[in-house]
Write a protein that binds this ligand. Sequence first.
Ligand SMILES: [Zn+2]
Ligand SMILES: [Zn+2]
Length: 398
Amino acid sequence: MYEVFADLHVHIGRSKTNKPIKITAARSLNFENIAKECVERKGINIVGIIDCASPYVIEDIEEFLKNGEAYEIEDGGIIYKNKVCIILGSEIETSEVNEDGKTGSAHNLCYFPTLKDIKAFSNEMKNHIGNITLSSQRANISAYELIDIVKKYNGILIPAHAFTPHKSFYGNCTSRLERIFKEKYKDIPAIELGLSADTFLADKISELETKTFLTNSDAHSLPKIAREYNKMLLEKISFKELLKVLKNEDGRKIVCNYGLDPKLGKYHRTYCETCEKNIEGEAPVTTCPYCDSKNITMGVYDRIEIIKDKEKTISPRFRPPYVYQVPLTFIPGLGSKTIDKLLNHFDTEMTILHKLSKDDIEAVVGEKVANLILLARDGKLSIEAGGGGVYGKVTTKA
Ligand SMILES: [Zn+2]
Ligand SMILES: [Zn+2]
């Protein structure tokens, strides 16, 4: 067995024929460019592209498979240049009713082994979604119903960014996933933590002790691929092996989660929409202490404080370490030219963030930036928490 890097949540902006897929994502983010970026700049070995149920993207994939450098394998997944395994996925928004009868919506990551499977899934979902060509569309069914459709086409379902305030199960629909999925809860192998949460926060909820935690980028542009990722131990890169990793079977597992310090995420603390500011007081903040308004966007940290059923974080024995990483774009004084310079010298961002010595970095970009990258590696930067859709900030000066 050997170790690989995986990022299972990457969006597509446009199809190659320039049809919009995810409007808020970059135009350059198409199927082929994602595959290339993973191989050439990111060092990612398994990538989940989650807009593959769009018929325009399906056309792109069919074209992509014709060129010879990419092919489907029997165990599921598309291998490109013998270096990266592309997992075909689809993000679906479901409609839920929570404990007090209010309605909410949640995002679900659905992954499939073959193009044939996701095509069939796409075809069936046309009955439940207004416009199947676009990303992350709302379906008129609940996740309890969606999971059956996913299973019918040999797929798996994973709750996406499980705690974010607007489109997630814990953030918007429920305090317990088991209430949503009932007897099917056991069929969910993992949850995605999202940028504003980490293992230490999520392991305050006991129903998650049987689930694997995923740290994915939710990238809306090429540079953001792998801002969070998972290091996995497996036998080869394929859908089948990925499934074993998620289920912790036969020695396959996630060895380490690499993610942002959750304070850097866009929804870490509660944000007052009236005062337009983040509230850093003692959690949970549910009312603005400045204007008494309840017109707030709940922070992930605050929400977990409300729904947790453990006083202290207790992780199950199989839980891998969670290593904070500060992507280069978050480091103050590091513009895109300097980042390009670093990447040209050292290959991938992962090498720069986690492996290189201070001397090596300093030789290319000078002492100040090198110091910051090292401080980030040791978790010693000071960070102003994010909230209300605005990322947190590194406040240590270069
Ligand atoms: Zn989403
Ligand atoms: Zn306020």
